[in-house]
Design a protein. Structure first.
Length: 221
């Protein structure tokens, strides 16, 4: 007959207690240490352990908000610029209208004098009186226009300048010194504040190609 093996009972672990019978927890040297409360997150935030990667939904929402803000700012700037452009155009129109009105006001006295000359009775007024009246009106017109920056272009004897003169013909020069100068002004030119409005139409003095040629010849005996 086989003898039964005697099973040995494992010794019962006794929980240590303090002097008053309260159990004391004993930790083994090989027991795993508890994980730290704030572990380093996947994004490297060591302090709070939170991820720095923004979720796609939050990124889309944030970008939409930024786009709306930029678009609203653009629309406001576009509206402000359009209002500024309209205001500048309106101010320019009003300034031109005031300048034209001021010029017309300055011309009223000369126009009154011209009306008086036009009302002369041809049977009672001499030609000399008419000429004097017209010259007086011309002087008044020129005085008012020159006060606004208008100046005449084209004077006899000045050097011919193609930038300000238009040659319509030539005249023989009396000497070499007068060659290339204005011999006669057919129509005056005008400049306004240095800007040419109309060139002067002039005759230019040039040297005579055949001086002393009377068109005759010597006869042979």
């Amino acid at each position: 007959m086989r003898k039964k093996k005697r099973q040995t009972a494992e010794p019962e672990q006794v929980q240590p207690t303090d002097g008053e019978g309260v159990p004391i927890e004993v930790h083994s040297e090989h027991e795993a240490e508890p994980a730290p409360l704030h572990a380093e997150g996947p994004a490297g935030n060591e302090e709070h352990g939170t991820q720095l990667v923004e979720p796609p939904e939050e990124a889309v929402r944030r970008l939409h908000e930024e786009l709306d803000t930029v678009n609203d700012r653009y629309l406001r700037l576009a509206a402000d610029f359009d209002n500024f452009r309209k205001r500048v155009a309106r101010d320019r129109t009003e300034l031109m209208a005031r300048a034209q009105g001021d010029l017309m006001k300055r011309m009223l006295d000369a126009m009154d004098d011209l009306a008086r000359v036009a009302a002369f009775d041809a049977d009672e007024v001499s030609v000399k009186d008419v000429v004097n009246g017209v010259q007086m009106v011309e002087r008044k017109f020129l005085q008012e226009l020159e006060a606004q920056g208008l100046e005449r272009v084209g004077v006899d004897g000045e050097p011919f300048d193609p930038n300000h003169h238009e040659a319509v013909g030539t005249l023989p020069a009396a000497d070499d010194a007068s060659e290339g100068t204005v011999g006669a002004v057919i129509q005056c030119g005008f400049r306004l504040n240095g800007v040419l409005l109309r060139p002067a139409r002039v005759m230019v003095l040039v040297a005579d190609e055949n001086p002393g040629d009377d068109g005759g010849g010597s006869a042979e005996a």
